[in-house]
Design a protein around this ligand. Structure first.
Ligand code: 48F
Length: 285
């Protein structure tokens, strides 16, 4: 084929200017409409491909990201739905805007698994950069094949005849912020992970809609107790709905822990394990 020749007749129609390929020596001519079309067409396809998920992780904080990366590594079709522009939740800011997090011995293997550098400040207390932690967890989610839907708010769940949470009702965060009256859309998922942090948004939705889940609300600071609790409170609180991270402690009426993050990583790992073992059992039946 001649350098610069359009590859297919369809390309000429869809991308009249872009269809002339750059040979490497000449500068390509950029076409704004082609850029627009590329974004719209590609993202629309990504959205269509993710209308039916194995795992929808609501909230892109440390617990949600860990869960999403590990669930996707296990072969599940996973998406992270995050209402803010940026992924990372409460981890970016470290402690009181000092961008460092502390991770205890038990969870250091998770830092290592995702290539997050750390060093031991005092015996058992490992320190990592919060920015590096978010970046590497986020990269791990992407590398494992999960998709991100940021700027998207979960505003309700779908529960049909089987009595499971089997889907999420979503809308653009901008619609919520603008208090606009715009109907949402719905995606289906076998598993929902409420990783929305202190607010435990999905669990609270179920509480409001018929008291299907009880959210006791988190208690004050007690790092040691809270860090232990967050892993054991990571569980299926309603068919199809797992709570992870601070949402698990909020549901259980457990303490908070501040900027120690081992429990968040371990809780995300536990959520992925619960999904994995439940799916294996289901497939064996
Ligand atoms: O708060 P967040 O980081 O939750 P986490 O993973 O970690 C908690 C720690 O950051 C910290 C702590 C550790 O010591 O206590 O607070 O449990 O992340 C929750 C994410 O959920 C998003 C929110 O923007 C944040 O990024 N989120 C909240 N509500 C919704 C949502 C919603 N309705 N739809 C989508 N995302």
């Amino acid at each position: 084929m001649e350098p610069g020749a359009p590859e297919t007749p369809e390309m000429v129609v869809l991308y009249p200017l872009a269809s002339k390929r750059c040979t490497g020596r000449e500068r390509m001519t950029l076409d704004e409409v082609t850029i627009t079309r590329a974004i719209l067409a590609e993202q629309m396809q990504v959205m269509l491909d993710h209308l039916e998920l194995d795992v929808a992780v609501v909230g892109g904080g440390p617990a949600g990201l860990t869960c999403a990366a590990l669930a996707a590594e296990n072969g599940h079709r996973v998406a992270v739905i995050e209402k803010k522009l940026s992924i990372g939740g409460g981890m970016w800011g470290g402690g009181m805007m000092f961008p460092r997090i502390v991770v205890q011995d038990e969870a250091v293997r998770i830092l290592d698994r995702f290539g997050i550098r750390h060093h031991e400040h005092a015996k058992g207390y490992h320190v990592a950069s919060s920015v590096e932690s978010v970046a590497k967890l986020t990269a791990a989610v992407a590398d494992a094949g999960a998709e991100f839907f940021n700027l998207t708010t979960v505003e309700d769940v779908m529960i049909r005849g089987d009595g499971r949470v089997s889907g999420l009702v979503i809308n653009w965060t901008a619609v919520e912020m603008g208090r606009l009256h715009v109907d949402p859309l719905t995606i289906a998922c076998r598993w929902t992970v409420d990783a929305t942090g202190h607010d435990a948004v999905v669990a609270k939705l179920l509480e409001r809609k018929g008291g299907l889940v009880q959210v006791k609300g988190e208690r004050s600071m007690w790092a040691d107790r809270a860090e232990q609790g967050v892993v054991s409170h990571t569980r299926e609180v309603f068919p199809g709905l797992i709570v992870a991270g601070m949402a698990a402690n909020a549901v259980a009426g457990e303490y908070r822990m501040g900027p120690i993050f081992g429990g968040m990583l371990l809780s995300g790992e536990r959520a992925a394990e619960l999904i994995g073992s439940s799916e294996r059992n289901r497939k064996q039946k």
